[in-house]
Design a protein around this ligand. Structure first.
Ligand code: BYC
Length: 481
């Protein structure tokens, strides 16, 4: 079957996997398509289905220059199946099958485990679209609205990516799982999405930017690990997804940076030097920095839960069997089997948080989480530079990994963001100091009004340095009909 760099737009489903010659899969996808469109119309961006949005669409899979920009109505977006180019020589890079040619078909003994990985990955994608569906109505600018919708259509394309793998490689079970991905709903009591963070609400644009910064970055880490998979179609699929993910994290990172910039400017103009004087800062119509810290505490801790338990036999098995590698496995200099290695893991021992050495294989979730924390911290440093540059004495900090956890060894305790263990009662009494409170929510909601004039930005966020696709900031990124 031809695997090309160019994307074929002549079939109903754009693709670079030769779908027109693969009648069985094409038919299965065409059968799934109407249900998908129903899902998009019901759960996708509310109120903007007829708007013309300046979106990028992939026209190839080579590095750089793969996107074409144009006005599109979202339900008419050409969601496609795009895999990174095939490397005919590729060998499995880790685990007990290290050195054998990458698998082009699913090995029978790993079928259930691989399907589970594809289903979990696939489930997060539509969940995020569902979480963000009301945000268009309060977009701080047409530029931001366009970015939100770009993220939404691409997350939905990532659903297509996993559904293709399920339909092509997992037969009847795969088809059933593909239907299940359209049935579950974020936050639904009876049929929730699979992972915790994807059942939370995204009530406002601060949460959206935080989600795109913290939770999409978990997506990046997980996709990087799957991009190492010995199952080549999964590796190639996730490699292309990563090229799209970069923009999503940019939206989060630059969004938070712009909020900080605006807050600092407003404080300086008003002569407010105490960043903790939240009432004074809020009265300027901008977000006080302690509220940003609370949002960061929440979204970082929710995202840490997405790495699973610190000690996990699932993770060890996925690695040993060659299905899910470490972050950038191919750049690590070791034996890529880890049978005799150890890794430092934080544990709760006799009521204290301590580091112990554990077998590296079962500690793979912890290792990936550490990689994540390192990357996340570098963005926080950039935000702090922006605050320092404005001459304001305040530092945003990532909380300790013990804080506000629902999964793993720390799920049974409560701590301060600094890691001091607290009784449940004490935590409940003080949690509004560290996590967004109902009052914070009311204040943030009071800022959330749509600014729909091209080139205008809501008062709580600075304009971007430049528009998308080299367009100026006053370009009409969304034409609302
Ligand atoms: N919530 O051995 P354990 C993204 C379950 S985000 C609820 O500790 P394991 C995106 C677990 O399923 C990336 N349940 O964990 C971002 C298991 O249940 P079963 C998504 C949880 O398996 C933004 C049990 O607890 N991709 O792409 O080593 C926008 C014990 O599990 C949670 C992936 O995650 C939780 N947080 O690791 C859009 C990659 N955590 O099976 C998109 C694929 C654990 O006993 N998934 N459990 O019933 C995986 O690699 C792994 O499944 C996990 C968990 C890393 C999620």
């Amino acid at each position: 079957m031809p695997d090309t760099m160019a994307v074929d737009y002549t079939t109903s489903i754009p693709n670079n996997v030769g779908l027109s010659e693969d009648r069985r899969v094409l038919k299965a996808l065409e059968k799934w398509h109407p249900g998908y469109l129903d899902w998009w119309k019901e759960m996708g961006p509310e109120g903007f289905q007829d708007a013309l949005v300046y979106l990028r669409t992939a026209v190839g899979v080579e590095t750089g220059g793969w996107a074409k920009f144009d006005y599109v109505k979202m339900p008419e977006y050409r969601w496609g199946i795009l895999l990174a180019p095939k490397d005919e020589e590729r060998l499995i890079g880790f685990g007990q099958h290290k050195g054998v040619p990458a698998w082009q078909e699913v090995p029978g003994e790993y079928r259930a485990m691989l399907r589970r990985l594809c289903v979990i990955q696939g489930d997060t994608e539509p969940a995020s679209v569902e979480q963000q569906r009301y945000l268009g109505a309060t977009a701080p600018s047409l530029y931001d609205m366009r970015n939100l919708f770009q993220v939404n259509v691409e997350e939905a394309r990532h659903l297509w990516a996993m559904v293709y793998l399920l339909q092509k490689y997992f037969g009847k079970d795969g088809r059933e799982e593909a239907d299940g991905l359209l049935r579950r709903r974020s936050g639904d009591i009876d049929q929730p999405r699979m992972l915790g963070a994807f059942n939370e609400t995204t009530p406002d644009w601060l949460s959206f930017f935080m989600f795109a910064y913290f939770t999409d970055r978990d997506g990046k880490m997980q996709l990087e690990s799957l991009a190492q998979s010995g199952f080549d179609p999964l590796a190639r699929t996730t490699r292309f997804m990563l090229t799209e993910e970069a923009h999503h994290m940019f939206v989060g990172d630059s969004g938070i940076n712009r909020v900080i910039k605006r807050t600092c400017e407003a404080m300086n103009v008003a002569g407010i030097t105490d960043p903790f004087d939240s009432n004074a800062v809020r009265s300027l119509g901008v977000v006080d920095l302690p509220t940003l810290q609370k949002k960061a505490n929440l979204h970082y801790s929710l995202s840490l839960d997405l790495f699973g338990s610190e000690i996990s036999t699932n993770a060890a098995n996925a690695y040993t069997n060659g299905l899910k590698g470490r972050y950038r496995e191919d750049r690590i200099d070791d034996d890529h089997r880890l049978l005799n290695d150890t890794y430092p893991v934080l544990k709760l021992i006799d009521g204290e948080v301590r580091t112990t050495l554990e077998p590296a294989l079962t500690a793979l979730n912890m290792r990936l989480r550490d990689d994540y924390t390192r990357e996340t911290a570098s963005g926080v440093n950039r935000w702090n530079k922006q605050i320092a540059k404005a001459g304001i004495s305040y530092e945003l900090k990532l909380p300790e990994v013990t804080f506000n956890r629902k999964i793993g060894v720390f799920s049974g305790i409560e701590t301060t963001p600094g890691g001091k263990i607290l009784s449940q009662e004490n935590f409940e009494a003080r949690k509004d100091e560290w996590l967004p409170s109902a009052d914070d929510g009311v204040f943030v909601a009071s800022l959330m009004h749509a600014e729909l004039r091209p080139g205008h930005y809501a008062g709580w966020i600075a304009p971007p340095k430049m528009g998308i696709d080299n367009q100026s900031g006053d370009f009409e990124f969304v034409r609302i009909q």
